[in-house]
Structures are given as structure tokens and as C-alpha cells.
Design a binder for this molecule. Structure first.
Ligand SMILES: Cc1ncc(COP(=O)(O)O)c(C=O)c1O
Length: 295
């Protein structure tokens, strides 16, 4: 068994202070735990630099606003805290997890006067998917749950509550031997995986669903930019699941997932090939501080 996350070593930035990892605790009567009034980010550090740190912290602020609360630390303060914490943790390759949540002052649906708490944790975390499996392409099931209508849930927010259907879907897929699940949206269109966006390739052109009811991932935006730099055409549009048989390549994008080739989605088959490999390599170059500095 791996060491549980509450027993790792080092420090956690907790409401403005660096505290010992084991002391970063909250009470069981925390609004964020009971009512999912929490927003978070997932970032990766490469070569000692957190990729798109400011963009992630801006999104954290925006996610909180969508849930009706304001994070009591500026984007600049969160950036500085993350950089200092990465240094203190002593890692150059790492995963960064900021989270903001409503505290314990009121217990009920209404939480008007609850303190907004913020923490940042950094740990070493390898490939999101098994590295050997990653190269040949991972297998996805098609989830039963669908991404909700923006009129039903605050889809623009990276809100903890929206991950409830992701965990259910990922567990169901894993129980059948798949690595993850692809989720459709409320209209039955292809949406994304449980923690990553999705791209397809047909005749040298990239196709990806329009992010109108799920996160327009920072990695998704980076990969679109990299694809365009290579001269590839990228089409953002509604994609129906029946169309999957017409695509030759498929891959996922996400801060945790990076660029991950996909070989199967339910009955559909894909062969990771030149475009996926090119973008995988371009992404890994883009995230390195040296590559960024020499631009
Ligand atoms: C549900 C979901 N979609 C998409 C993404 C990709 O977003 P990003 O590339 O900004 O990490 C993530 C990861 O944060 C996610 O959890």
C-alpha cells in the first residue's frame, strides 16, 4: 500500500501560513465537506516551474466567483505561495493542488458568513495513467452519467461537486478493466473524460467538442495552440458518438493527464499515430522552463 495522502511529508500552505503536512486539518463540520462548496485546481511543475500557474490561479478565483464566494488571497499571493511551497517541498517535478472551501461557521445549505479557507499542497505524482499503457493508448468506457446542462450545474467552475459523477463513472469503468470513461453531455454529444478533455483526428484534421458545458482546459487550449503552430487544422464542434468510427486517432488532454493517447472507446478503435505523437512531444517540450524561456 502507498502512504496515504494525509501522511506524506513536508509542509502545506494553509490560510496564509506554512504548516506541517500532518497539521493541515479541518473539522468534520465543514461546509465544503457536507455541501461541496469547494473549488480546486490541478497543476504540474516541470523542472521547478509550475506550468501556467497564474492561469490556474485565475481560474480558481473564477471558479469561486461562480459558486458565489471570493477567495481572500489575490492571484499574485497564490502564485507566490505556490512557488515558495514548491521550493520548500524541494521537488522539481510535482503536482500542485490548491483548494478553497467554505468553513464551519454555519451548518446548513446557507453559508453566508462562513470563512473561505484556502490551502495548497504539493506532492510528487507520476503519470496519471500507467506509463506503459499510455504509449499504446488507454481504453475508455462510455459513462452512464452525462455532463449536465449549464442551466443545471455551474459547469464553468472547477467545483468539487461536479466531480461526483466523474468518480462514479471512473470507478464503473475501472471495474470493467478500462482506464477511464468518456462522458457524453446532456444532449448526447461527446463531452470529455472524467478529468481531461478529448480530441480526435480524421484525415489530418483535429476535431474536439466545443467546451460549452465542461471545462475549456488549459491543456486543451495549449494543445490547440501547438497544433495550429504545426499547421494542423483544429475544428471545435458538436461531435456525436456515432461519428467515433470515422476518426483514426484520439487523445486526452489535461494538466494531470498531459497528452494521453486513446486506443479504445467502448466499441470504437483508434491507433495512436503521427499527430498524437507529435502533439505529445510538443506538449512535453512546451511545459519545460527552458523551452519556454527560449521562445
Ligand atoms: C473534468 C475535467 N475536464 C478537463 C480538465 C482539463 O483541464 P486542464 O487542462 O486545465 O487541467 C480537467 C482537469 O483539470 C478536468 O478535471
Amino acid at each position: 500500500m502507498a502512504v496515504p495522502f494525509d501522511q506524506l511529508e513536508g509542509q502545506i500552505w494553509f490560510n496564509g501560513e506554512f504548516v506541517d503536512w500532518k497539521d493541515a486539518k479541518i473539522h468534520v463540520l465543514t461546509h465544503g465537506l457536507h455541501y461541496a462548496s469547494a473549488v480546486f485546481e490541478g497543476e504540474r511543475a516541470y523542472g521547478g516551474r509550475i506550468f501556467k500557474l497564474t492561469e490556474h490561479n485565475r481560474r480558481l478565483h473564477r471558479s469561486a466567483e461562480v459558486l458565489g464566494f471570493k477567495i481572500p488571497y489575490s492571484v499574485e499571493e497564490l502564485d507566490a505561495a505556490s512557488v515558495e511551497l514548491l521550493k520548500r517541498q524541494g521537488f522539481s517535478e510535482a503536482y500542485v493542488r490548491p483548494i478553497a472551501w467554505r468553513g464551519s461557521e454555519m451548518m446548513g445549505v446557507s453559508a453566508q458568513s462562513n470563512r473561505i479557507n484556502v490551502a495548497i499542497a504539493i506532492w510528487q505524482w507520476g503519470s496519471y495513467f500507467n506509463p506503459a499503457e499510455k504509449l499504446k493508448g488507454i481504453r475508455l468506457d462510455i459513462a452512464e452519467y452525462r455532463r449536465p446542462d449549464p442551466k443545471t450545474a455551474p459547469c464553468e467552475s472547477k467545483a468539487a461537486g461536479l466531480y461526483m459523477i466523474c468518480t462514479i463513472s471512473k470507478h464503473a469503468a475501472e471495474a470493467k478493466g478500462y482506464a477511464d470513461a468518456m462522458m457524453l453531455d446532456y444532449r448526447g454529444q461527446v463531452a470529455e473524460a472524467t478529468g481531461a478533455n478529448i480530441f480526435f483526428v480524421k484525415d489530418g484534421v483535429l476535431h474536439t467538442p466545443t467546451p460549452d458545458c465542461f471545462l475549456n482546459g488549459l491543456t486543451r487550449q495549449t494543445v490547440i495552440e501547438l497544433a495550429k503552430r504545426r499547421g494542423y487544422q483544429v475544428v471545435e464542434r458538436a461531435i456525436m458518438p456515432e461519428e467515433l468510427s470515422s476518426f483514426s486517432e484520439c487523445f486526452l488532454t489535461g494538466s494531470a493527464a498531459e497528452v494521453t493517447p486513446v486506443s479504445e472507446i467502448g466499441p470504437y478503435r483508434f491507433t495512436p499515430a503521427a499527430i498524437t505523437e507529435t502533439l505529445m512531444n510538443d506538449y512535453m517540450k512546451e511545459v519545460q522552463p527552458l523551452a519556454a524561456a527560449s521562445e
